[in-house]
Each structure stands twice: as structure tokens, then as C-alpha cells.
Design a protein around this ligand. Structure first.
Ligand code: NAG
Ligand code: NAG
Ligand code: NAG
Ligand code: NAG
Ligand code: NAG
Ligand code: NAG
Ligand code: NAG
Length: 916
């Protein structure tokens, strides 16, 4: 014990020494203090690293990060700053009063990985020395007043991932390499080119793009680019968003653009493009297409429009379309907005009978349409037909532009509205506070109808999840006033409310600002990339002349004392543990609760283990490195699961019963007996077993992707989209249906939960862990009386009350599992029920949706899924008709729900997903 405490004290001592900030770095920070106004009030003393100056991050006495977003800092970037040779992150975003130019010595910050200066007032040229920042990964200089040309040296930033120079006054051409100087074509690692809303001119060089690139976003809109769209663009197959609109591009659209099969959003509008209208049949993920205001050759409405199954938005204003609008265009199931204004469309408008249920706006103004077959035309769709011949004679309601109004603001979270005094604002949880505010600007959403509140509810939930994950001091967020700006960006006002206090402190604000400026928060791809621009925060919790916290020498002494105490306790616990282990091993060796099975075996009554083979203990020891701690991959009441490796290299999970636990042995025996009878592709299979010398060991087939629980929690790194979740629900339901209906006698699993659903390499579900399962003897009764077992949260309350185990108990747990698939969270049935009862439109439920699903892979069948889940977790077997769901496919709940019917429902959901 002695030496450990000594080492510990030595560490504490070293920390005291290390707390001294490097002299040169201290001098730089002191110089910043002198040149900047509104620096954080706690920047006092001579040890920024030891005293935790706000926004300053250190490693071993050297300053490695400066993050001061939304601090109201005013001044210029002095050359002194560039002496911080170990600096890795510099983020001064959202300080409107930081101005002047970037010093050319910025190139000295050789260790810089992130340079983020969003929404300040910097101006002048971007210095060529920026190309010396060889470690740079993230470069955001957007929303400033930079002018001059893009320095070609940016092409030398070989590690660059994110390049954002948008919303400046940059002029001149897009630089490409020419053997002497470098250019943006060299950025083959970069995923994001954001150059929109500048004054860039010249042609887009053919050399800029190549098949080596990994770009996913190219934003060039609202510049003064001329010439043709280079055909090399069609080689960058990774592209998802392409915006070239609002330039002066001419010529015809290169035909190989059609190869860009992953593009979801394409804007080529407001250019001078000519020739044939491009054929984009190959872009089968295309959601948003805008080709408006170009001078293509006159043509009929192309038939390939009607093949784009993901299309939400088609904007073809003034594109020389002629002929009749084909009615199958309206049956694209995701279609929200169709704007074919100012063309030469004629004939009669017929939208057919199977038009998209998402349709919101059809704008056909200024065409030659003579009539509108309004058979069953939906009331909620806005048809605008003004400026067509049909509107000269009669005054149809469609002849007057209506324009829908919608609004959104975050709903209160189960609380009474309150009024706040002065400039405080009520949070969604009805607390008065000073929120951090700003605007989120989504630059290429894949949808166009802004009146669907589920989008915003999703954004709120995913923002909160990201803030929680990063442990930011946020109580709640609220969104309001969604709108489109003149560049078709979706803008939403954001308010972020502080946790605990009514104001944020400086550290809180700069961490939140950083999470948004450096894109730590990533919403679903359906929203496209975003830019956040914050308003200055005026209400910091410290006043500007508050005292700094005093040096921490007393703190360190207390820390040492507490630390020593903790170590002492840990050592004691460790000692006690070793003793306990020894002792229990001794006890366990004296009894063998498995004798019963051994005896059965000798008189021929052993279970038929089919393909399962017998392993010797010796073999298994070799495969698991003597059952070493390092090989343990799971544990529970029964014992431990080890990872083993067969001589062939094949991995096998090995479950070994805890020797001292009688329960462990019993569970073991149950599992052997059940698994030996049960063979189904959605149930884990047994490879072998070993019972020698009182040891009870089972060997399973390896299920590579681990448990569903680990995938849902993000632990395994697998993200499950909606269709995969449906597939998992279906697989698990199949396995359980087999147990209930086809196993003889039927088996009740009793411990259905996400930890017991394993996923194979193709993410097929396999039901596992039969330790507490029970066979039901069909000939006698449909329920058995047992002591209640299972996992809290998943256990049927009815079973809990009555001790009667029925198949319904598994149905209940399965319902909880379905809700978990939906929300990604451990059992939260009650909250969902409250939300559902309150709002029959189910919108409240989007709030619970696991943000990692994203709205991207449309959640078809969402409502029905919730209905089935809620039906499963109904507490009594009685009929509850109000849960009955949609009119097209009513689910018949007039019978007790059992697995065969659940299976049917989930299959219907899958079907409606594939055939929307
Ligand atoms: C801190 O410095 C040590 C040694 O210089 C280095 O190994 C470590 O990676 C650094 N940590 C960070 C976060 O840069
Ligand atoms: C910073 O850069 C110097 C050389 O420029 C290098 O020696 C040092 O290891 C770097 N530090 C870190 C933390 O990467
Ligand atoms: C931006 O810079 C231009 C000159 O390049 C200047 O005319 C303009 O006033 C500046 N705008 C702002 C907001 O500072
Ligand atoms: C673009 O086309 C419009 C309409 O055809 C024409 O008026 C304009 O001059 C063209 N602009 C350029 C730069 O070619
Ligand atoms: C097309 O051009 C007109 C006139 O310049 C403009 O008002 C309109 O917004 C443009 N339409 C689209 C969809 O860009
Ligand atoms: C498109 O229109 C131009 C000018 O009207 C014409 O010269 C050209 O042949 C047309 N292209 C096609 C493929 O019809
Ligand atoms: C519609 O326009 C097309 C092409 O301009 C023409 O051939 C056709 O006759 C027109 N149809 C009607 C019904 O006016």
C-alpha cells in the first residue's frame, strides 16, 4: 500500500508543477488581453492553464486550444497569437466585432487542425500562408467580409475535410493546379466545398473535379461563374448535394451527370443553360430538383420525372416545357411540391386518382391549360392556375393564388405557461431564462413543405441528444419561425436554454457555440448541411469585474487527501474480493447441482443434442486462454460468457455457469434442454457443451454483431435504419412465434429484451438466453404459476400482479422491445402512452424517435408500428378499440394479440415500406 500512495502523491506534486503555463504562451495570452476588448473576466493571474482561463485549453503547460465563441470579443487578430506553436484549435466564431485581416504569420500555427472564424467581421485577403497549415482538417471562414481571390495554396492542405469560405466577398476564379501553383483540385480528401454566395467569376475549370475526389457537397451557388458545367463533375460519384444555381453558366448540361446516383439535391436553376433538358434517370435518390429559369430546347414534360421515386420537389419554372402535364407525375409517393410555372403546358390538367398523400403545392401559373378535372382533388393541396386560359372564363378557386400559411413553435413540455419579466424568455419547460439564440440555416434540405412539424420536433430531439452526449449545460431547445430565404435555404430560429441557472456562463456558451460551429451536431441528411449564426450573448452569469477563483493550493491538498482515501478503499475492496473468490470456489467444489442431468444421461434419458458436440474442458481452456479475464465478453446471474477461438480461427462464445450458484446450474440445464429441441433461424444455435467435473459449459454459434442493445445504444458502432429495425422486429417475432406455436411443448421465453436479441452479420435477429424460459404443457393449461422473473421494465405488470405466466407475458416484453427499437431508449412505455393519449395525430411521438434513425429513410408505417407496440403493452387482455389505427389497413384488435398476429402486422408494415 505504501508505494502506491507515494506514487500518487508524486503525481499530485507533478501536477502542481505542470500547472505552470509556458512563459511564452502566457505572454501571448497577456498580449491578447491587452489588444482585445470584452475578454472573459476570469482571465487574471499568471497561470492560464492551471487556473482554467475560460476558453483556453492546455496540455502539459502548452496552450492547445482557444475556443471563444459568442463572447462579444472585439479587436483584431494580432501576429502575437501565431506564436502559440502548439495551438490545435482556434475558434473565435460569432464575435461580430473581431475585424481586420488574418495576419500572414497564421501559417506559423503548424499544429492547427481547426481554424473556425464563422460570423465575425474579418476582411481583406485570405493570406497565402494558410497553405502551410499542413495539419488543418477543418477550415471555416464563412460569413465574414473576406475579399480578393481564393489562395491557390489551400490546395496543399492535404488533410482538409471541410472547406467553407461561403458568404464573403471573394472574387476571381476557382484556382486549380497547373504544375507551378496548387489548386482546389488537389483536395482529394475533402468532403465539403462551400463557396456559395461570393463574387467568384470565370469558368469552372474542367480540372477541378476528378474521380479521385470524395466530395459529398459542392456549393457554388450565387456567384458569377460563367462557361459550361464541366463534364468532370460527373466523375465524382460520392456527391450528394450539388448547387450551381444563380450563376451565369451556359451551354448544355453534360450527359454524364446522370451517373451521380447518390445525389439527393440538385440545383442548376437561374443560369443560362441551353440544349436539351438533361436526362437524370440515373439519379434515383434525387429528392429535390430545381432547373428553373434556363433556356433549354422546348420539350414535353420528360417521362423520367415520373420514375424518380424519392422526389419531393420539382421546380421547373420557365424551362420551355410544353404539352400536357402527365398525371402519373402526381402519383410519386413522396411528392410535396410541383412548380411548373411559366411554361407552355396545355390541354386539361388531370391529377389522376392515386396522387401522393404528401402533396401540398401545385403551381402551374402562366401556362395554356384549358381545364382542370377536379375529380376528388384533395382539399388540402394548393392548386395555383392563375394565368391559364381556363381562368379567363370561369373563376375557379384555383385561379386565385392562395398561399398556405403555417407556423411552428416548440410545444410546452407538460407545463403551465408562465410569463417572464423583463427580457427573459420562457423555455419549453416553463422556466424563465436568458437563452442563447441564433439562426440555423439548412442549405439543401431534401424537402420543401415546411408545414410538417415532425421535421422540427426531430431537430429539437436530435439537438438535445447531441448536447446531452457532449455534456453541455442545456435544459431544452426551442425552434420557431421556419422560413425559406431568397436562396432557398431553410432558416429556423433557435433558442438554447441553460440547465440549472437562468443564464449561461462563458464556458457553457463557448462550448455550445463550438458544437454548432464545428459541426459536432449533425442532423439527418434530409436537412442537408447547415450553418449556425449566433446572436451575441449579453447575459453571462458573471459580471465583467467579478473576482477570479483563487489559486487552488488548498483544493489540491484536499484532493490529495480524498484521493488517498479512495485508493485505500479500493485496495480494501480488492482484498475482500480475492478472499471471497477463493472461499466461494471452495464451497462450490463440494456440491454438483448438475448431478441430476449426469444421471439422466447414464440411463439413456439425455436430451437429444442433434448437431451439438461434446467438448472437453481441456480443449475449452485452450480456446479461451484458460478462461482468462481478458476473454470475458458478458456476464449475468448464470455465470460468464467467454470469447473462444477454435484452432480453425472460428470465434465461439462460451457460456460457463457460475459454480457457486445453484440458480446458474438450473438455468443452464433449462437452456440445454430447450435449445436441444429448438431449431430456428431466428433462435441462437448450440454448437456444443461440456459437463465435466461439475463444470457446466455451453458453446454457441458466434453471432458477430452482438446484441441489439449494444447497437441501439451506439456501443457497437452499428447504426440501424428504419427498415433494418423493422427487419429485426420481424425476426424476433418469428423466433418467438416459433417458440409459442411450434415448439412442443410451447416455450415461454420470459426474458425478451434488447440485450437478448443478437444480430448476425446481415443484422438478422436471433433470440438468445433461455436460462429462465419455461415450457408450457399444452394438454393441461395455458398458464403456469411461477415466481416472477425477468428484467424490470420488460415484465408484464399483469404477470407481476398475478404470478400467472402466459404467452402474453412475452408479448408484453416484445411490445417494450418495439418501443425501444423506435426510441433507441430503454423502456419508456409510460412517457409514450402519455404523449399518444394527448395527441391523436401522433406528432408528439416524433419527439421520442431515435434521432439516429433520421427522417432520411422515411419512417413508413411509423404510426402502425406504434399501434402494434402499444397494443402489446396493454395491461389487460381486454379489447381497446380506440387504439385502432388508420383507415386503409385497420388492425383487428378484437382478439387477444399473439405472436402469429404480431408477425402478420409487422409483415404488413414491411410490405408497405417496400411498396409505398
Ligand atoms: C498532450 O501531450 C502529450 C505529450 O506531449 C501527447 O502524447 C498527448 O497526445 C497530448 N494530448 C493532446 C490532447 O494533444
Ligand atoms: C507540433 O508541431 C511540432 C513540429 O511543428 C511537432 O514537433 C509537435 O509534435 C507537434 N505537437 C503536437 C501536439 O502535435
Ligand atoms: C466589406 O468589404 C467591402 C470592400 O471589400 C466594403 O465595401 C464593405 O463595406 C464591407 N462590408 C462590411 C459589412 O464591412
Ligand atoms: C443569359 O440569358 C439571358 C436570357 O437569354 C440574356 O438576357 C443574358 O444576356 C444572358 N447572359 C449572359 C451573360 O449570357
Ligand atoms: C425565375 O426567375 C424569376 C425572374 O427573374 C424569379 O422571380 C424567380 O424567383 C425565379 N424562379 C426560381 C424558381 O428561381
Ligand atoms: C436545340 O435548339 C437549338 C437552337 O434552337 C438547335 O440548334 C439544336 O439543334 C437543338 N438541339 C436539339 C438536340 O434539338
Ligand atoms: C399542346 O401543345 C403541343 C406542342 O406545342 C401541340 O402539339 C398540341 O397540339 C397542343 N395540344 C392542345 C390540346 O392544344
Amino acid at each position: 500500500m505504501g508505494p502506491r500512495i507515494q506514487v500518487f502523491l508524486l503525481l499530485v506534486y507533478m501536477q502542481c508543477i505542470a500547472a505552470k503555463t509556458d512563459d511564452e504562451d502566457l505572454a501571448v495570452l497577456n498580449s491578447l488581453k491587452d489588444t482585445w476588448d470584452n475578454i472573459p473576466p476570469r482571465w487574471v493571474g499568471s497561470d492560464p492553464c492551471g487556473d482554467n482561463w475560460e476558453g483556453i485549453g492546455c496540455n502539459n503547460s502548452r496552450v492547445i486550444s482557444i475556443i471563444l465563441t459568442s463572447m462579444g470579443v472585439a479587436g483584431t487578430l494580432s501576429t502575437d497569437l501565431t506564436i502559440l506553436s502548439e495551438l490545435q484549435i482556434l475558434d473565435l466564431s460569432y464575435n461580430e466585432d473581431l475585424r481586420g485581416s488574418l495576419p500572414s504569420s497564421i501559417g506559423d500555427l503548424k499544429n492547427l487542425t481547426s481554424l473556425i472564424l464563422v460570423g465575425c467581421s474579418f476582411s481583406g485577403q485570405i493570406p497565402d500562408s494558410i497553405g502551410s497549415l499542413q495539419q488543418l482538417v477543418f477550415l471555416s471562414l464563412n460569413s465574414n467580409n473576406f475579399s480578393g481571390e481564393i489562395p491557390p495554396s489551400i490546395g496543399r492542405l492535404s488533410k482538409l475535410y471541410w472547406l467553407d469560405l461561403a458568404d464573403n466577398q471573394l472574387t476571381g476564379p476557382i484556382p486549380v493546379s497547373d504544375g507551378i501553383s496548387s489548386g482546389l483540385d488537389m483536395l482529394v480528401q475533402t468532403k465539403h466545398f462551400h463557396l456559395e454566395h461570393n463574387l467568384l467569376s470565370g469558368t469552372i475549370p474542367n480540372k477541378l473535379f476528378s474521380s479521385n475526389m470524395e466530395l459529398i457537397h459542392v456549393f457554388f451557388e450565387d456567384n458569377k461563374l460563367t462557361g459550361i458545367i464541366p463534364s468532370t463533375l460527373g466523375l465524382v460519384l460520392t456527391l450528394r448535394v450539388v448547387r450551381f444555381d444563380r450563376n451565369i453558366l451556359s451551354g448544355s448540361v453534360p450527359s454524364n451527370l446522370d451517373d451521380l446516383a447518390r445525389v439527393k439535391t440538385l440545383f442548376l436553376s437561374n443560369n443560362n443553360l441551353t440544349g436539351l433538358m438533361p436526362d437524370l434517370t440515373g439519379m434515383n435518390l434525387l429528392s429535390y430538383l430545381d432547373l428553373s429559369n434556363n433556356t433549354f430546347n422546348a420539350s414535353d414534360v420528360p417521362s423520367w420525372f415520373s420514375t424518380l421515386q424519392s422526389l419531393t420537389t420539382l421546380m421547373m419554372v420557365n424551362t420551355q416545357l410544353q404539352g400536357v402535364v402527365p398525371s402519373d407525375l402526381f402519383s410519386l409517393s413522396r411528392l410535396q411540391t410541383l412548380v411548373l410555372k411559366s411554361n407552355q403546358l396545355n390541354g386539361t390538367l388531370d391529377i389522376g386518382t392515386s396522387y401522393s398523400s404528401q402533396l401540398e403545392l401545385v403551381d402551374l401559373q402562366n401556362n395554356f391549360i384549358i381545364d382542370f378535372t377536379e375529380r376528388g382533388a384533395p382539399d388540402n393541396v394548393d392548386f395555383i392556375l392563375a394565368g391559364n386560359p381556363m381562368c379567363r372564363s370561369e373563376l375557379n378557386s384555383s385561379c386565385m393564388a392562395r398561399g398556405k400559411t403555417f407556423n411552428y413553435s416548440t410545444a410546452l413540455k407538460n407545463c403551465q405557461p408562465i410569463s417572464c419579466n423583463s427580457d427573459q424568455i420562457s423555455s419549453p419547460r416553463c422556466k424563465c431564462a436568458y437563452p442563447y439564440t441564433g439562426t440555423l440555416s439548412f442549405r439543401a434540405p431534401t424537402f420543401s413543405y415546411l408545414g410538417n412539424s415532425s421535421y422540427y420536433v426531430y431537430l429539437e430531439a436530435s439537438l438535445m441528444q447531441s448536447f446531452d452526449l457532449n455534456q453541455l449545460p442545456v435544459d431544452s431547445v426551442s425552434l420557431h419561425n421556419p422560413r425559406k430565404n431568397s436562396l432557398e435555404y431553410l432558416e429556423v430560429s433557435l433558442q438554447v436554454f441553460p440547465a440549472s441557472e437562468e443564464r449561461f456562463n462563458r464556458t457553457g456558451i463557448s462550448r455550445i457555440g463550438f458544437a454548432l460551429s464545428n459541426q459536432t451536431y449533425k442532423p439527418s441528411e434530409i436537412f442537408g448541411p447547415y450553418v449556425f449564426i449566433a446572436h451575441p450573448y449579453q447575459n453571462f452569469s458573471e459580471s465583467n469585474n467579478s473576482e477570479s477563483s483563487k489559486p487552488t493550493s488548498i483544493g489540491i491538498i484536499i484532493g490529495a487527501a480524498v484521493g488517498g482515501f479512495v485508493i485505500l478503499i479500493l485496495l480494501l475492496i480488492a482484498g475482500a474480493y480475492v478472499y471471497h473468490r477463493k472461499r466461494s470456489a471452495e464451497i462450490a467444489n463440494q456440491q454438483n447441482p448438475f448431478v441430476h442431468l449426469e444421471m439422466n444421461r447414464s440411463n439413456g434419458g439425455i436430451p437429444d443434442l442433434k448437431e451439438a458436440r461434446r467438448f472437453s474442458f481441456q480443449e475449452l481452456s485452450e480456446y479461451t486462454n484458460n478462461f482468462s479475464e481478458a476473454n470475458i465478453i458478458g456476464s449475468g446471474g448464470y455465470g460468464k460468457v467467454y470469447k473462444g477461438t477454435l484452432p480453425t480461427g472460428q470465434l465461439i462464445p462460451i457460456k460457463r455457469a457460475e459454480q457457486e450458484s445453484a440458480q446458474g446450474s438450473l438455468e443452464f440445464k433449462t437452456e440445454i434442454e430447450l435449445l436441444s429441441r429448438v431449431h430456428h433461424k431466428n433462435i441462437v444455435s448450440l454448437l456444443g457443451f461440456c459437463f465435466e467435473e461439475g463444470k457446466q459449459i455451453l458453446i454457441y454459434k458466434y453471432i458477430p454483431k452482438g446484441s441489439l442493445k449494444d447497437s441501439l445504444s451506439g456501443k457497437s458502432g452499428i447504426t440501424l435504419d428504419w427498415i433494418t429495425r423493422l427487419k429485426i422486429a420481424l425476426g424476433a417475432a418469428r423466433g418467438l412465434a416459433y417458440l409459442h406455436e411450434f415448439a412442443n411443448p410451447p416455450i415461454i421465453h420470459r426474458d425478451v429484451k434488447s440485450a437478448n436479441i443478437l444480430l448476425d452479420e446481415r443484422l438478422n435477429a436471433k433470440v438468445a438466453d433461455f436460462g429462465i424460459s419455461k415450457p408450457v404443457d399444452n394438454t393441461r393449461k395455458s398458464h403456469i404459476t411461477t415466481q416472477v422473473k425477468g428484467t424490470p421494465g420488460y415484465v408484464d405488470p399483469e404477470y407481476y400482479r398475478t404470478d400467472l405466466l402466459t404467452k402474453k407475458s412475452d408479448v408484453y416484453s416484445f411490445g417494450v422491445l418495439m418501443l425501444e427499437l423506435l426510441t433507441g431508449r430503454a423502456p419508456i412505455k409510460r412517457e409514450i402512452k402519455v404523449a399518444k393519449d394527448k395527441d391523436k395525430d401522433l406528432y408528439n411521438l416524433y419527439e421520442f424517435l431515435d434521432p439516429t434513425i433520421g427522417l432520411d429513410t422515411t419512417i413508413e408505417g411509423f404510426e402502425k408500428f406504434v399501434d402494434v407496440a402499444m397494443r402489446c403493452v396493454e395491461e389487460s387482455g381486454e379489447i381497446l378499440n380506440h387504439l385502432c389505427c388508420t383507415k386503409e389497413a385497420p388492425i383487428n384488435f378484437n382478439q387477444t394479440i399473439e405472436f402469429p398476429s404480431i408477425l402478420g402486422y409487422v409483415q404488413v408494415l414491411m410490405f408497405s415500406f417496400f411498396n409505398p
